[in-house]
Design a protein around this ligand. Sequence first.
Ligand code: PLP
Length: 453
Amino acid sequence: MDAYKILLSEAEMPQEWYNIQPDLPRPLPPYLHPATGEPVGPQDLAPIFPMELIQQEVSQERFIPIPDEVRRIYQLWRPTPLHRARRLEAALKTPARIYYKNEAVSPAGSHKPNTAVAQAYYNKVAGIKRLATETGAGQWGSALALACNFFGLECTVYMVKVSYYQKPYRRSLMHIWGADVYPSPTDRTEAGRKILAQTPDTFGSLGMAISEAVEDAATHADTNYALGSVLNHVMLHQTIVGLETKKQLALAGEKPDVLIGCVGGGSNFAGFCFPFVPDKLKGQDLKIIAVEPTACPTLTKGAYAYDFGDTVGLTPMIMMYTLGHSFVPPGIHAGGLRYHGDAPLLCLLVHEGVIEARAYPQNPVFDAARLFAQTEGIIPAPETAHAVKAAVDEAGRCRETGEAKVIVLNFSGHGHFDLAAYDAYLEKKLEDYELPEELIKKALEDLPQFQKK
Ligand SMILES: Cc1ncc(COP(=O)(O)O)c(C=O)c1O
């Protein structure tokens, strides 16, 4: 029988995460202290992160064991299925074989719980009582609320204001799992008050919400901060996705030619493709494509430079592709993936040419998502739809050349809480927006000064 799903048993779930750091073509530039400009040490990060995560951030161990407590929670939905998208292939009349790794089956509906559970666990073990975080549309906030709920931690979520009011149902998920949720910027923090004084009508942004959550953690001894993307330890936890995919492709007797993922901060993409990067570095012919929106073109149009992770400049400076930490995405953009920077590990690999990046406007992305929903049944999250679009394009290229390539995409989440964006698309209200060069140039003027000498 021709399989539609390649499944692993719970016993086959990976026991270790894969750390790409020892396999990088060159070492990662260090994080720099926001005040001194010197490389940060573990003690600089200790006020907001537990030591285990700080050690994972700089670890050179290739494999790191997944604690049993974390594995037992992963087992609620992992291993996730790898699907063969046969009906999409047929609709596209392509000789390519398209597979998708389905991270939408987690309780929160995305890949985000893979790191949320790990982070909640290490904080619990370190004696922390509460985690503070930011969230955009609410995917990460709901994942962390879920994880804190499992480990008996309190959870405070600073939710980007525009989403707090426009996307109430993820807020409901967070409430059900016991979190407190505030529309950011708030007047609960210095950072929030400062931003509100300067821009009282702001919609909020991820950078602003990060400033608030970091400050909340830094000013309360029993509270730490949790970040849903960008940092090395987050990429590490997500590698369970790629490690499972590798096993599943081997079971199917397939070798991938093209790997595709969408990029907001880089975590689902990194988790999916990093376990395959050593094969590519050893010479395997493998195309790895990172997909982002033209409204937030970090990898395709940003500068590779040191920048802050947040708006106010409380976080360390990170060497990454960035649109500038003051970047606020246009309100008309419905496709997610709005962060001004990206994971430094991913940025280094893009800079070295190991990974290629491409950007799409939102209407073609939603066209591809609708086709996927109509053929495979599942409605992709708008973020995930970017990866679907690239897979559809790659499969279209195979139709022209006649090549039967194996195309694998990471299906990072479902879109059941994003139906307002689909309505806007169906009502032809979405604009295709390309971030103008002048705005990018202006935003980059705010990059930390020391590198402009
Ligand atoms: C379903 C889904 N995919 C992708 C992303 C982008 O984040 P990242 O690049 O860290 O995977 C998000 C962010 O919230 C998301 O919810």
